[in-house]
Design a binder for this molecule. Structure first.
Ligand code: ZN
Length: 272
């Protein structure tokens, strides 16, 4: 998590760094406090500047729950978005990593976890009175808030944020929960090692994750392979996995041996 670098952020901050005011720690703490206030929690997060971070990250050190951010990155987002809610949405995403327990295992790559945090940030911003446009602003500019390859693609993340925002709106209006009907035809169930989320492959080869409210988000693809030793290839945002004839999912390591990282079973084969 700490080693993530975001090329988009670097481009943005590199181009207008001198003209902008730096995001100071008081403003960052204020942003975190605003999120926490709408969650009904005590603000027990440590918020700190860290120029090594480049973007923003959540991690645990000792017993402290830390949110570290690069002031230049946050400032560049604020400048481009022209609303301070952009910084709040980034902080809300990081807070969600703490609240949902993701920071207990910092090295895992879990697209469902990222989408859950995006959803939370959308939810909180609606509660603060933000319009949908303002809620989506930071993600539209940065695409990835605190890294690149561990995250699902931007379109999926925008959708997750919008789902959270809409959910908060329904609650505020006193609407009954929306009745979600799952009518997709699934072909496969995907489980990755160390990831509590379950993913599905539909009949069109879309890789789908369901949030806790049963709303689907497509974040990748599954393509049948016609030759070679593998039967399918799973991809999302720079990740590429191969599935062999025994349903094992393999990641090709950059150097060295391939690693088995999960299983892709036919849908409806016993476990459903
Ligand atoms: Zn994240």
């Amino acid at each position: 998590m700490l080693r993530t670098i975001l090329s988009t952020a670097l481009l943005i901050s590199g181009s207008c760094l001198l003209a902008q005011a730096r995001m100071n720690e008081a403003a960052a703490k204020e942003a975190v406090y605003r999120v926490v206030r709408h969650s009904g929690l005590l603000p027990n997060f440590t918020v700190r500047e860290d120029e090594q971070v480049r973007t923003a990250v959540a991690y645990i050190k000792g017993h402290e729950r830390i949110i570290a951010y690069d002031p230049a990155f946050i400032s560049s987002i604020l400048d481009s978005a022209r609303t301070d809610l952009a910084a709040v949405s980034i902080m809300a995403h990081e807070i969600a990593h703490h609240l949902l327990g993701h920071t207990l295992e910092p090295d895992a790559v879990r697209p469902g976890d990222e989408l859950a945090c995006d959803r939370y940030s959308g939810f909180i911003l609606q509660r603060m009175g933000a319009t949908l446009d303002a809620t989506l602003a930071a993600m539209k500019i940065a695409g990835d808030v605190h890294g690149t390859e561990r995250h699902p693609p931007r379109h999926a993340r925008l959708e997750a944020i919008e789902q959270g925002w809409s959910e908060a709106l329904h609650l505020a209006r006193g609407d009954d929960p929306v009745d979600y009907r799952v009518e997709r035809d699934f072909e496969h169930v995907v489980r990755m090692a160390g990831d509590a989320n379950t993913y599905y492959v539909d009949a069109e080869g879309k890789l789908v994750w369901f949030n806790a409210h049963a709303q689907p988000i497509e974040f990748g693809t599954c393509i049948a392979q016609t030759n070679g030793e593998f039967r399918y290839q799973l991809t999302w945002q720079g990740h590429r996995f191969n599935v062999d004839s025994r349903n094992a999912i393999w990641r090709q390591a950059e150097h060295g041996m391939p690693l088995q990282v999960g299983r892709m079973e036919p849908y409806g084969s016993g476990q459903h």
